[in-house]
Write a protein of this length. Structure first.
Length: 160
């Protein structure tokens, strides 16, 4: 689970504060409590939390090994679903999200999932473009799926 500048590894309890910090920096993301993240981390083999650590993406500015992104997904024998994915603002468009997505695809395939799904705010055009770059297509809509602010979701899917 490694690219030239980012390493992806399993998250552990000590990473939760950093995951929440990254998640909170994006106002439009659904915000989960520390307890919710801890529950997901301990849910067993179906839910997986991964973090991406930079390896000198910004040399001199910050130490290597800093968490710059995370993804949480749920995989069953038929379908895998991405619950949340986010990259630190200052590290967007550097391939961190791609490294996380490649790891999800690899692991979900290993788990036997045939399909990868997710929901995304209709207004989140950056994330939609990102998912489309990974072969996701819009396959449905979920009216008023999000709160704060209320907004519809697109359902996106790709085969694995
Ligand atoms: C969506 C997100 C995870 C993408 O991560 P990232 O590290 O910036 O993505 P990458 O650098 O790996 O981008 C890979 C490709 O996806 C596409 N892409 C990514 N972000 C994009 C954007 N804002 N606009 C258009 N295309 C985008 C591009 O094709 C990009 O390749 P390129 O940079 O060579 O053009 C990141 O922008 C993020 O954390 N957004 C806020 C949180 C969020 O909205 N999460 C989704 C919740 S459903």
């Amino acid at each position: 689970m490694k690219t030239s500048s980012v390493t992806v590894r399993f998250a552990d309890r000590q990473d939760m504060d950093r995951i929440i910090e990254i998640e909170r920096s994006w106002v439009h993301l659904s915000h989960w409590s520390l307890d919710a993240y801890r529950r997901l981390l301990n849910e067993g083999s179906l839910t997986t939390s991964l973090v991406a650590e930079s390896e000198g993406l910004d040399p001199g500015a910050r130490p290597s090994g800093r968490i710059v992104g995370f993804v949480i997904f749920h995989a069953t024998e038929s379908t895998a679903e991405i619950y949340n994915i986010a990259v630190e603002r200052g590290h967007a468009r550097l391939g961190v999200g791609s490294a996380l997505m490649r790891s999800v695809i690899e692991r979900a395939r290993d788990d036997g999932s045939r399909k990868l799904t997710l929901e995304v705010r209709k207004s989140n055009t950056g994330a939609i473009r990102f998912y489309q770059a990974f072969g996701f297509a819009i396959t449905g809509e979920r009216p008023r799926y999000y709160s704060n602010p209320v907004e519809d979701a697109y359902l996106m899917e790709r085969d694995l």
